[in-house]
Design a protein around this ligand. Structure first.
Ligand code: ATR
Length: 281
């Protein structure tokens, strides 16, 4: 990042509501500084009913690129000029590039998640995977893991109808993946290559979304929660000797993916990682 802001300084941002606790400004400004780029990254709190005005403004002001977070990841899609095929299937966009006035959207959350599985030496192809939850994060993961070649995806959710509506939507789009909504008992009795927690359980309370000791066999586990760094579920996985990761890799790699999508440059991961280590929400 150059020290002085000039007329040529490129502006990037994140829009969300709320957005004050976002890690992205810290991460991307550190990268701009490390690469001596004439660019800055800021956060804008955009209320849901002002999303259209915000996008018109970002385009008019020629903002170079931006991230989109909750609650705008799906509602932003109608405002885009182009969307990558997987982001379209997922129905959620978290990264947008301004290409000479055209807004191009993609989803780096899912590529970030799949990349984070690399630290478990895990690739979704031909694997049986179970997801806990059927909200926005689960939606992206079902589509992303099916797209990456998972052979079977079991979904367990507190509200069964939410899991079933994911199946109804995604089964025809991903016919090569067997998608099922299952009870906790069925999930626990199934041998799984990977179990992923996408629910918010464990974020604030010390609760766990399931009792791992009651599960038949789980080879790997991922919790997409990154704060706390070790949820009760991850602690239980450690005690049972199940290789596991939290959501910090997904957070890091979605940022790497966004930086590359905006600039075409390789992201300096070590710089981003350092920011993540020093970050307290
Ligand atoms: P996100 O966009 O992060 O996925 P979300 O869309 O609000 O967030 O989804 C939260 C998920 O956590 C849902 O699957 C929710 O289950 P319901 O569909 O039944 O609401 C799940 N969840 C939240 N609190 C839960 C709890 N106490 N027990 C079980 N599941 C819970």
């Amino acid at each position: 990042m150059t020290e002085i802001i000039t007329g040529k300084t490129k502006i990037y941002c994140i829009i969300g509501y709320p957005v004050e606790h976002s890690f992205s400004p810290r991460m991307h400004n550190a990268v701009f500084a490390a690469l001596n780029m004439d660019a800055r990254f800021v956060a804008f709190s955009v209320k849901p009913d002002q999303l259209g005005e915000a996008l018109t403004g970002l385009k008019a002001l020629n903002v170079a690129g931006f991230n989109v977070t909750v609650p705008h990841k799906s509602s932003v899609i109608p405002y885009l000029d182009e969307i990558t095929p997987l982001a379209k299937k997922i129905g959620a966009v978290n990264t947008i590039r301004n290409e000479q006035g055209l807004l191009i959207g993609t989803n780096t959350d899912i590529s970030g998640f799949i990349r984070s599985l690399g630290s478990l030496n895990f690739s979704p192809e031909n694997k049986s995977i179970a997801l806990l939850g059927a909200g926005g994060a689960a939606r992206a993961l079902v589509a992303g893991l099916a797209d990456a070649g998972a052979s079977r995806i079991l979904i367990h959710n507190r509200t069964v109808e939410h899991a079933e509506s994911l199946l109804t939507e995604f089964s025809p789009i991903f016919p090569q993946t067997q998608l099922e909504s299952v009870s906790m008992e069925t999930l626990q009795a199934t041998t799984l290559d990977l179990l992923v927690n996408t629910t918010t359980v464990g974020m604030e309370s010390g609760e766990s979304p399931l009792d791992l000791s009651q599960c038949q066999e789980i080879e790997h586990l991922a919790d997409i929660i990154y704060s706390p760094a070790q949820t009760t579920l991850l602690k239980q996985a450690e005690e049972l000797g199940i290789p596991a990761i939290n959501g910090s890799g997904m957070l890091l790699y979605q940022g790497c993916g966004a930086f590359t999508f905006w600039t075409g440059k390789q992201a300096p991961e070590a710089v981003m990682q350092e920011q993540l280590l020093g970050w307290k929400e």
